[in-house]
Write a protein that binds this ligand. Structure first.
Ligand code: ASP
Length: 316
């Protein structure tokens, strides 16, 4: 058994500026991050597994209205919430994903059920909802997911063909140039040397045609491998999918011997920037090093480890 364990979380990246924030809202975000960090850390401290730690942290963020995942998810073109999530364990490369589910209180729990009990990796739409019912996963009515500011955000663009990333309080023009993201995620290393990653999102405001982002795509927005690291991404999903962002971090470590930090910087600050992919990611390696790297103005984030590090932050 190792004495080192680490958890890292994010609540989305984007144009998050201090001047747009009230002290009350800033406190609420920081508290939300700390609660999730502590929830995940408690699992690790009590000899729990990395996969249970990331699940616990993501459940807390999903239940928090401030973040675009679970409760408080953004609205689709049709005015609904359709959520995506994934979870992966680094030990056996086991993974579970769901896309386009509605009324599931904690999409990350459903992704974990898919991983453990479905014989499949990726379920979508109505089928995923049927599986949730079969597994006895907690469901909630549409009202549970409603948040006024995301509704206003959607109202501003619903009659256009635009779609936008989250954490945006402005009108249309500003909204399109001032992109913000609100997905949540966690990565952890447990005392047994296993890493895990989980990511959960409502996707992009005004999305249509059953659009799915990088979050539930194994290797795109979520990846974990004990040989290298665990990664959870947030940002403009289309680009992260094309960049195979999460897996690329792992590959740079596995095949090019990059350190965790070097690999994350190569993907986020070089590759994604060249592809105009705004956003960031969090990662942890099998030694418990953490990386929190983003190319946007800010990223809601936190890290806590067994050596006493305990930090939450928003801006650059
Ligand atoms: N990556 C997510 C998506 O494209 C959005 C986000 O990170 O906020 O669905």
């Amino acid at each position: 058994m190792m004495e080192t364990y680490t958890i890292v979380i994010h609540g989305g990246a984007g144009t998050i500026l201090k001047k747009d924030m009230t002290p009350e809202l800033e406190d609420a975000y920081l508290k939300g991050l700390q609660d999730a960090l502590d929830g995940g850390y408690a699992v690790l401290e009590n000899d729990g597994s990395a996969v249970n730690a990331v699940k616990a942290a993501v459940v807390i963020l999903e239940d928090n209205m401030l973040f675009n995942a679970g409760r408080g998810s953004v609205f689709t073109k049709k005015g609904l919430q359709e959520m995506d999530a994934a979870i992966m364990e680094g030990k056996n490369l086991d993974a579970g994903s769901i896309a386009g589910v509605r009324n599931v209180r904690n999409p990350v729990e459903l992704a974990a059920e898919v991983m453990h009990y479905s014989n499949h990796v990726f379920l979508s739409g109505k089928g995923a909802n049927d599986f949730a019912i079969k597994q006895g996963i907690k469901l909630e009515p549409d009202e549970f997911f409603f948040s006024q500011f995301r509704y206003d955000q959607w109202k501003a663009i619903r009659d256009s063909d635009n779609y936008s990333l989250d954490h945006t309080h402005q009108q249309l023009e500003e909204l399109m140039k001032d992109k913000k993201f609100g997905t949540v995620g966690a990565v952890a290393l447990d005392r047994y040397g296993n890493v895990a990653a989980a990511t959960s999102t409502g996707g992009m405001t005004n999305k249509k045609y059953g659009r799915i982002g990088d979050t539930p795509i194994i290797g795109g927005g979520t990846y974990a491998n004990n040989k290298t690291c665990a990664v959870s991404c947030t940002g403009h999903g289309e680009v992260f999918i094309r960049a195979v962002a999460a897996y690329d971090v792992s590959c740079l470590m596995e095949y090019k011997n990059f350190s965790l930090q070097q690999a994350c910087e190569e993907v986020v600050l070089n590759k994604l920037v060249k592809m105009e992919g705004e956003g960031g990611l969090i990662a942890v390696d099998a030694q418990g090093h953490a990386a929190l790297v983003f190319n946007s103005e800010g990223m809601y984030r936190g890290v806590r480890d067994s050596k006493g590090r305990n930090e939450v932050a928003i801006y650059k």
